[in-house]
Design a protein around this ligand. Structure first.
Ligand code: MIC
Ligand code: SF4
Length: 642
């Protein structure tokens, strides 16, 4: 039987004979890893704790792209730590200023047919170039750097059949927003989206990257495009044609599901506050006043996007109510914009040009005014993520963003007239001098450890009986931004768990850290899709540090569930979702679980909640059970070494 692209990528990276039934665990060989500074400090601390002298991948790259705002010593300490750990352990270092990890990786390192594991949820961006690219917690990535396979449940493969071609003023962002509109932020959990059909050839790799990037917002395990002539052209443009490898689905390939999208029928779309799946046509909200427009991020920070934006803004100045912020995705993009003159167009329009980094996307600078409205080309508009709790954030394409910046309110770009088609250069700058290769032998490199680098916390093995206070009862779709907020003030504490845990659930309930510590053993109750969003393992580590032993939810997002397991927190699911009412709105305050070890064997735990009995599911693989029993993956790895 023929295979689709995802199956080919998986089969070529699994042990021969692995049964690849959806839901079964598969162990993937990891060719490349990517870490970024906000998750990378922890990942390298974890790698160091594993005692492996040098990375065992084909390529591991450590990026500095998130925490580039240095308002104190913390981020600079982290950068020095990352520079020295990269050199010591054999990873490449992409220095601050070189750009956002997903762009730099796509442009400089991605290779069709290979696997990439990254400690960032948008790692699937490189699926736009025919890779199997997956986001994971830092500890999973550290294990992969140490040569261990990445274990994941075999996803269902969804064919997204693209027909036709995009009308003027519609772009790749509208394709993925359409998917979010139809499928929601949990619609991709346990799935890989594979793009197919005649529409694929009409999309450049940058456009494909926009789509695979936001597959993360669908909750997908990954997203993948075939590797074809567009892929070859992209690699040639970056002077890497030698890395081209074709990848296509067999003509008789089958899929678990199909979604059809007629590109010609699309129109500009926008996600309304506060979720990437609250999608409506731009025309329905046209005229909504704005205070700010942000163009950039790993979704829409490419040269392709920037050149279109420059062409739209050329000769105009943004109106007084608009603060327009633009962050090109990579240093190579800035160089090209400057050589081609587009940078002048952007600056002349009044745009505030920011460094090539994540910046406003994750609340590092440019927080909107209180109650303000911001339209952004990034991928997440969760409440409070900008740094302003009551700001309203809309997500749209670069074209819609530029049009809205010009008019001062949400604007359907089709009302601007002719669609500009900027000339496309044959090559883009491919200068790797901001990427530091590791020395052949890093053994003597001393790791720089400023005061911001705290030791890893150690947790005991799992208790057999757990009696815990219900610390929080939450609704559906709780994001990791709710659990462990980011932003300019908290992100610098990523390498210091005792400090960062003081901000756990800050936006939801600022009393949480103190209550959790006082209780000594706590449980969190939540609705569906708990932990959606980022890969940050701090959203598990910090609660565990504060004494959280279990999360009881209707369902979990993939990466976060694995992070909970990796740090010894039980991810328990209501067998009967209506039992959520035992806790909400104001219900049981204490949960008792007895014989937990045996319950994990059976996959079902019997709990008492203020005297009421309920069954909780814990469907775990043998491997996951082993991790939980040991009190976390690091404990397990250490015990297997002894
Ligand atoms: C994000 O977009 O939320 C981040 C910041 O890139 C995170 C990683 C992190 O929290 O460091 C992600 O997407 O995984
Ligand atoms: Fe950076 Fe935003 Fe992309 Fe996360 S989503 S990697 S913060 S640009």
């Amino acid at each position: 039987m023929g295979e689709n692209c995802a199956q080919k990528l998986i089969r070529s990276h699994c042990a021969p004979g692995t049964p690849c039934e959806p839901g079964a665990e598969i162990a993937l060989r990891v060719d490349q890893t990517l870490t970024q500074d906000a998750t990378g400090t922890m990942a390298f601390l974890e790698f160091e704790a594993m005692g492996v002298p040098r990375v065992r991948t084909e390529r591991s790259v450590s990026y500095v792209d998130h925490n580039t705002l240095q308002t104190g010593y913390e981020n600079a300490d982290d950068h020095a730590f990352l520079a020295t750990t990269a050199a010591k352990f054999g990873a490449y270092l992409s220095r601050a200023g070189n750009g956002i990890c997903h762009f730099v990786h796509l442009e400089r390192f991605a290779i069709p047919g290979k696997t990439l594991l990254g400690s960032d949820s948008h790692t699937p961006t490189c699926g736009g170039l025919g890779m199997l690219a997956i986001g994971a917690g830092g500890l999973d990535v550290a294990m992969a750097m140490g040569g261990h396979p990445f274990v994941v449940r075999m996803p269902r493969i969804v064919r997204v059949l693209l027909t036709g071609s995009l009308p003027p003023w519609c772009s790749a962002k509208d394709i993925v927003l359409e998917l979010l509109r139809r499928l929601s932020t949990s619609g991709g959990v346990g799935k890989i989206f594979e793009y197919a059909g005649p529409g694929v050839a009409t999309l450049s790799v940058y456009e494909r990257g926009t789509i695979t990037n936001m597959g993360a917002e669908l909750g997908a395990t990954s997203s993948v495009f075939p590797s074809d002539e567009q892929t070859r052209a992209f690699l040639k443009m970056h002077r890497r044609e030698r890395d081209f490898v074709p990848l296509e689905a067999d003509p008789d390939a089958t899929y678990d599901e199909t979604v059809d999208i007629d590109l010609a029928a699309l129109e500009p779309l926008v996600a309304l506050p506060h979720s990437p799946d609250s999608v409506v046509p731009v025309r329905e909200v046209a005229g909504t006043p704005l205070d700010q427009v942000f163009i950039g991020s790993c979704t829409n920070g490419s040269y392709l996007d920037m050149a279109r934006v420059a062409a739209i803004l050329r000769g105009h100045v943004v109106p007084p109510n608009i603060s327009l912020c633009i962050a090109p995705g990579s240093r190579s993009t800035v160089v090209q914009l400057s050589r081609g003159g587009e940078l002048a167009d952007l600056a002349e329009s009044g745009a505030r040009i920011l460094e090539s980094a994540c910046g406003p996307c994750v609340g590092i600078g440019q927080a909107p005014r209180s109650g303000g409205a911001s339209l952004r080309t990034s991928n997440r508009n969760f409440e409070g993520r900008t740094g302003t709790k009551d700001a309203r954030v809309y997500l749209a394409s670069a074209e819609t963003a530029a049009a809205s910046a010009l008019r001062g309110c949400i604007t359907d770009p089709r009302t601007l007239g002719a669609y500009p088609k900027p000339a496309w250069p044959d090559t883009l700058p491919s200068d790797d001098r901001m990427i530091v290769p590791p020395p052949e032998d890093g053994g003597s490199v001393e790791i720089s450890r400023g005061p911001n680098i705290a030791p890893l916390p150690v947790f005991p093995p799992l208790d057999d009986d757990i009696a815990a206070d219900v610390l929080l009862v939450l609704g559906d779709d709780i994001t990791t931004d709710h659990i462990m907020p980011a932003g300019a003030k908290i992100l610098p504490l990523r390498s210091n768990i005792p400090e960062i845990s003081k901000h756990c659930f800050e936006l939801v309930d600022p009393t949480f850290p103190a209550r959790a510590r006082e209780s000594g053993a706590g449980v969190i109750v939540a609705g569906g899709n708990y932990g959606q969003g980022s890969s940050r393992e701090h959203a598990a580590l910090a609660p565990r540090y504060l004494g959280v032993r279990a999360v009881i939810a209707k369902s979990f997002a993939r990466i976060h569930r694995q992070n909970l397991i990796n740090f010894g927190i039980l991810p328990l699911q209501f067998e009967d979702a209506s039992h959520y009412a035992i806790f909400a709105p104001k219900g049981a305050s204490r949960v008792v679980l007895r014989g937990v070890r045996e319950a994990l064997e059976r996959g079902v735990a019997q709990a008492e909640a203020d005297g009421r009995s309920l069954r909780l599911l814990c469907p775990l693989s043998e491997r996951e059970r082993g991790i939980l029993l040991a009190g976390g993956l690091l404990n397990l790895a250490a015990s297997s070494k002894r």
